[in-house]
Design a protein around this ligand. Structure first.
Ligand code: GLN
Length: 492
């Protein structure tokens, strides 16, 4: 039989359902794999003891015939979700010792469906980054290496710990958050599936805020079916989040394999970038052919304001971050440095508590919101955000989904772009437009770069039409047959 930590989420569900293994055995295999994967630094906090208790409870419920849709299945949780009684850090020094007295809605939904928590995963500090090397707890290493080159690579970010564990077979699924690409880009770099739902599909309540109009929780898994299963468990209306959508959650898995005949797929011409590596373009062309062979019709579309998306994002996101992060003042949460004058305590706490990238964003955000510059930057960015949204609305009058690359390159070496924020921000060029517009988007592993590293294709869909997006993702996955494995695969 396949080792238990090699099973995907839906496969593991079926194995438990047939009584071929218990949740306890499945969880123990993932704990051993998590221990073997420690060199990747993917967890900030392991909750293995709690996992064993949750697994025992799940087995007991199953014995009584009470099964949630994730009954007994272990998952890892980005350390941006508040978890009752478990340290929650956002990978920042400023949240030192913060143990929330409450549970985020999304994680509560997972536990209600019977899932088992393996631990809290590493990320870029406050989710700001594309490489998972801004964490106070140290960088995460990708389980992948370039053949013949032993330099560590980044797993992508900011949900890098979640992506690395799923890719290394130390978790069958994990959750992350995506503000400008933080689920999709690490999924593409790590050779797994990453799904950002429509803004409002999953509650943000109890998720440490980065940019509230953009943040959205979502799953990272090894298959498209597993993403559908996770999303169904995570999603749903929540009165505690005023932007949560009061619409029903379909069974996303139900029609996932029903094919894409007759579906109209838009190919945005503005996503062809100067200087884009030819292998990215080639994979995109290949993706178009795959969808056509599966019966879809593809056509070129125009999203005219695409080139403004990245600068717009890097005004809106820091603006919201500067406001959200104002709450970390040393009074109520985590770290406090100094105990003399109040202003002095604020300055020391924030100066020492936040890392370089977070301070950069707070400065940019404060600047673009300041009285003299508000109209020139923030207001202009908001107007562009509307124009970008209108591009999508008019394109979706004629098409059902959009196909693009997920990222403009494969994973890079650790530290390679850390000194150049602009080079780092360019990673998000294909992911931020759907973030600014709240549209659902997912990355599916589709091939390897010339260097032997994973590349992803992105499917963007209409608001709340994750079901169609998943159907297209499923067809892409079947055509691509991506079965490459990272160099490091944990033994369970
Ligand atoms: N890389 C982007 C940023 O640094 C996206 C981050 C995210 O989605 N959380 O802002």
């Amino acid at each position: 039989m396949t080792a238990l930590n090699e099973l995907g989420l839906a496969e593991a569900r079926d194995v438990l359902g047939r009584g071929e293994a218990s949740s306890m055995e499945l969880t123990e295999a993932h704990i051993r794999a998590g221990e073997a994967a420690r060199p990747l630094n993917a967890y900030i906090t392991e909750t293995f003891e709690r996992a064993l208790e949750m697994a025992a409870d799940a087995d007991a419920r199953r014995a009584k015939g009470e099964c949630g849709i994730l009954e007994g299945l272990p998952v890892a949780v980005k350390d941006l979700f508040c978890t009752d009684g478990v340290l929650t850090t956002a990978a920042s020094h400023i949240l030192d010792g913060f143990v929330p007295p409450y549970e985020s809605t999304v994680t509560a939904n997972l536990w209600r469906q019977g899932a088992v928590m393996l631990g809290k995963t590493n990320l870029d500090e406050f989710s700001m980054g594309s490489s998972n090397d801004t964490s106070y707890y140290g960088p995460v290493e990708s389980p992948w290496r370039r053949p013949g080159d032993n330099r560590p690579l980044v797993p992508g970010g900011s949900s890098g710990g979640s992506a690395a564990l799923v890719a290394a077979r130390a978790a069958p699924a994990a959750i992350g958050t995506d503000t400008g690409g933080s689920i999709r880009q690490p999924a593409a770099f790590s050779g797994i599936v990453g799904l950002k739902p429509t803004y409002g599909r999953c509650s943000r309540w109890g998720v440490v805020a980065f940019a509230s109009s953009l943040d959205q929780p979502g799953p990272l898994t090894r298959t498209v079916r597993d993403a559908a299963l996770m999303l169904r468990a995570m999603a749903g209306h929540d009165a505690k989040d005023s932007t949560s959508a009061p619409i029903p959650v379909p069974n996303f898995e139900e029609n996932i394999a029903s094919g894409i005949k007759g579906l109209k797929v838009g190919i945005p011409k503005e996503y062809v970038l100067d200087g884009m590596p030819p292998e990215i373009d080639k994979l995109w062309r290949q993706g178009i052919t795959w969808l056509e062979e599966a019966g879809a019709q593809t056509r070129e579309i125009s999203l005219k304001h695409t080139k403004y998306a990245l600068p717009t994002y890097y005004i809106v996101a820091p603006a919201e971050a500067s406001s959200n992060l104002a709450r970390y003042d040393g009074v109520r949460f985590g770290l406090r440095v100094g105990n003399g004058e109040l202003d002095d305590m604020y300055q020391r706490t924030r100066g020492q508590g936040f890392g370089v990238e977070v301070r950069r964003r707070v400065l940019i955000g404060t600047y673009v919101l300041s009285a003299g510059y508000y109209d020139a930057y923030y207001l202009k960015a908001q107007k562009l955000r509307t124009l970008i949204a209108e591009d999508f609305t008019s394109a979706f009058g004629e098409i059902d989904v959009i196909l693009t690359p997920t990222a403009p390159s494969a994973a890079f070496a650790a530290g390679e772009k850390s000194d150049d924020p602009i080079a780092m921000y360019i990673n998000d060029v294909f992911t931020v437009p759907s973030s600014l517009t709240g549209l659902p988007a997912m990355s599916v592993p589709a091939g390897l770069s010339a260097d032997g590293l994973p590349l992803g294709l992105q499917v963007i869909a209409k608001p709340f039409d994750e079901a169609t997006m998943l159907r297209v993702g499923f067809a892409l996955e079947a055509a691509a047959g991506f079965d490459a494995r990272p160099d490091f695969v944990a033994a369970g």
